[in-house]
Design a protein around this ligand. Structure first.
Ligand code: G3P
Length: 217
C-alpha cells in the first residue's frame, strides 16, 4: 500500500520523506490556502522532495479551462498528477490528459458508480473521501470495498487512493480491503508509528540494559 501525505507543508513532507516510506503527496485548494504559499512555487518544491506523484488540483469547472490549467500545472515537474473533480467536465479532462500520458487523480468521489466512471475515463487514481463520507452518515469503508470489487471485476488499472483519512483505523481498514494508496495528514501518518507498548518496551529494555554496564561498540 502506498502512503501519500495530504498536505502542502514543506517541513512535514521533508520529515516524512526522510523516513523512506513516503510514496507521494496530494494537495487541494484548501491545503494550498492553509500553507499561505504560491500554488506553483510550493508545488514545484513538493515535486522536488518526492519521486512519487504530486497531485495538483485544477480550479476551473469547464473542460476547456481545466485543460489550460492542467497545461500550466503539468509543466511544473514530471511527477505532477493533475487532480480534477468528479464531474462530466472533470472526466472529459481526465480522458484527454491520460490519453496524452499525463497522470490524473479524480477527486471528490462519493459513490462506486462515480469511481466506475473515473476508471472508464482512464484515471490513474480515484480519490474516495472516506472521512467526509462517514461525517455525513455513510459508510466510507463500504465505498472502498465496493470500488475494489468493481475494479477487480473488470481489471481496471485505476488505483484506489483512499482520501479524507482521519485516523489509523481508516488506514487499517483500507489496507485490509486492498486499497492501493492512502493519503493522510502528516499527523495521522506519524501516529501510525506509535504504540504505547512499544514505548514501554523500549523503556524497560533500556532500564535493564543500563544494569549490565555494557555499551555496544
Ligand atoms: O485531499 C483530499 C482529502 O484528503 C481531504 O480530506 O480531511 O479535508 O476531508 P478532508
Amino acid at each position: 500500500m502506498k502512503f501519500f501525505a495530504d498536505t502542502a507543508e514543506i517541513e512535514d513532507i521533508k520529515e516524512l520523506a526522510a523516513t523512506g516510506l513516503l510514496d507521494g503527496v496530494t494537495t487541494n485548494p484548501s491545503l494550498i490556502a492553509k500553507s499561505g504559499r504560491d500554488f506553483i512555487e510550493v508545488t514545484r518544491e513538493i515535486c522536488a522532495l518526492t519521486d512519487g506523484p504530486v497531485s495538483a488540483e485544477v480550479v476551473a469547472l469547464d473542460h476547456a479551462t481545466m485543460m489550460k490549467e492542467a497545461e500550466i500545472l503539468r509543466k511544473i515537474a514530471d511527477n505532477v498528477c493533475i487532480k480534477v473533480p468528479l464531474t462530466i467536465d472533470g472526466l472529459k479532462t481526465c480522458k484527454a490528459l491520460t490519453g496524452e500520458g499525463t497522470m490524473v487523480n479524480v477527486t471528490l468521489c462519493f459513490s462506486a458508480n462515480q469511481a466506475l466512471l473515473a476508471a472508464k475515463a482512464g484515471a490513474s487514481f480515484i480519490s474516495p473521501f472516506v472521512g467526509r463520507h462517514d461525517d455525513n452518515g455513510f459508510d466510507g469503508m463500504q465505498l472502498i470495498s465496493d470500488i475494489r470489487l468493481i475494479y477487480d471485476n473488470y481489471d481496471f488499472g485505476t488505483e484506489i487512493l483512499v482520501a479524507s483519512v482521519r485516523h489509523g483505523i481508516h488506514v487499517l481498514e483500507a489496507a485490509k480491503i486492498g486499497a492501493d494508496v492512502m493519503t493522510a495528514p502528516p499527523a495521522v501518518i506519524k501516529g501510525l508509528f506509535k504504540h504505547i507498548l512499544t514505548d514501554k518496551g523500549i523503556e524497560g529494555f533500556l532500564a535493564d540494559w543500563a544494569k549490565t554496564g555494557q555499551a555496544i561498540g
